[in-house]
Design a protein around this ligand. Structure first.
Ligand code: UDP
Length: 329
């Protein structure tokens, strides 16, 4: 099978590319390297550029016989999206619009889309079901939801099969330590705590301890990046075999508070980690926990690395041996 992976040089994208290569699939990556890293890719056919570049898209579709697309390329920072909503609509919604148009034009009828728990907003029920209301609290979630709807209508009108995967909190790294997580600037909890453990920052800040949770800090559902990669591959297979249009949550169904994550990092790294209480971060829901029953039942998805300690250990293996990340910090 030949699979086009947009945003294949990013964190989840690159782990998915590696996973697909391990399954002996043919992978083509399209990435503009605005956030991704060349060093995260090995032995892959690469097209460098943005989804807005329709000439490049034509080239990709003309030069390759693509069976399915896994679409990661997007801007994905909640805080940034609050400040630059139009940039998010441009890059995410318009970019995907171009991709979908070309997919329809070239009759590439299967697309797996990287969606997010941010489509739900502040949840009414825990665990969150795919049928729960979607009321995003930030432009990032809004753009992802808009794309989900674009895909749904494209299925109805053009028969473009799609699966949207709403992930909760991606964590961990390749268990063999070949690739990992490197964002500039870093905003995600686990890498920040590990940078504090490495002495790269003085300590870290806990954003709010007055939430209605057991210890007052936010609760999240962490999911190993390779388990996400597995789900994307299963989703591609499902589309090729059965077609259709669907949405699945991807999480472990177990929540950990910020304080519990820090404790786990202390245990794994055996280092002191200074953590101070700071004000809440704008737009953070108190608790996000997925029900992933549908993904398990419909895709046959079985997370393999479902222990938080394993995710932190894999992340630590990479961070502690790549102090400068991919070297581009
Ligand atoms: N968080 C924190 N300090 C940090 C970074 C994150 O307390 O330096 C908290 C954040 O408020 C949220 C949780 O950790 O409750 C997970 O945040 P992250 O940015 O990793 O993922 P998100 O849930 O926003 O997708």
């Amino acid at each position: 099978m030949t699979i086009l992976v947009t945003g294949g040089a990013g964190y989840i994208g690159s782990h998915t590319v590696l996973y697909l290569q391990q399954q002996s699939e043919e992978v083509i990556v399209l990435d503009d390297f605005s956030k991704g890293h060349r060093e995260a890719l090995h032995d892959v056919k690469l097209y460098e550029g943005n989804l807005a570049n329709t000439v490049l898209l034509d080239k990709v579709f003309q030069e390759n016989k693509i069976d399915a697309i896994i679409h990661f390329a997007a801007s994905s920072l909640v805080g940034e999206s609050m400040k630059k909503p139009l940039d998010y609509y441009e890059n995410n919604v318009l970019g995907t619009f171009q991709l979908i148009k070309k997919a329809v034009e070239y009759k590439v009828n299967n697309i797996v889309f990287s969606s997010t728990a941010a489509t739900y907003g502040e949840p009414k029920n825990i665990p969150i079901l795919e049928t729960d209301p979607t009321i995003p609290t930030n432009p990032y979630g809004e753009t992802k939801l808009a794309i989900e709807k674009m895909l749904r209508w494209s299925y109805e009108a053009y028969g473009l099969n799609s699966i949207c995967l709403r992930y909760f909190n991606a964590a961990g790294a390749d268990p063999e330590g070949r690739i990992g997580e490197d964002h500039t600037p870093e905003s995600h909890l686990i890498p920040i705590v590990l940078e504090a453990a490495l002495g790269q920052r003085d300590g870290m800040k806990i954003f709010g301890n007055d939430y209605p949770t057991t210890d007052g800090t936010c609760i999240r559902d962490y999911i190993h990046v390779l388990d996400l990669a597995q789900a994307h591959y299963l989703a591609v297979q499902k589309l090729i075999n059965d077609g259709g249009c669907d949405i699945f949550n991807l999480g472990n169904g177990q929540g950990f508070s910020v304080k519990e994550v820090i404790e786990t990092c202390r245990k794994v790294t055996q280092r002191e980690i200074k953590a101070d209480i700071a004000p809440r971060r704008e737009g953070d829901p108190a608790q996000l926990i997925a029900s992933s029953k549908r993904a398990k039942n419909n895709l046959g998805w079985q997370p393999k690395y479902n222990q938080l300690e394993t995710m932190v250990q894999h992340a630590w293996n990479w961070h502690s041996t790549h102090i400068e990340g991919y070297g581009s910090k």
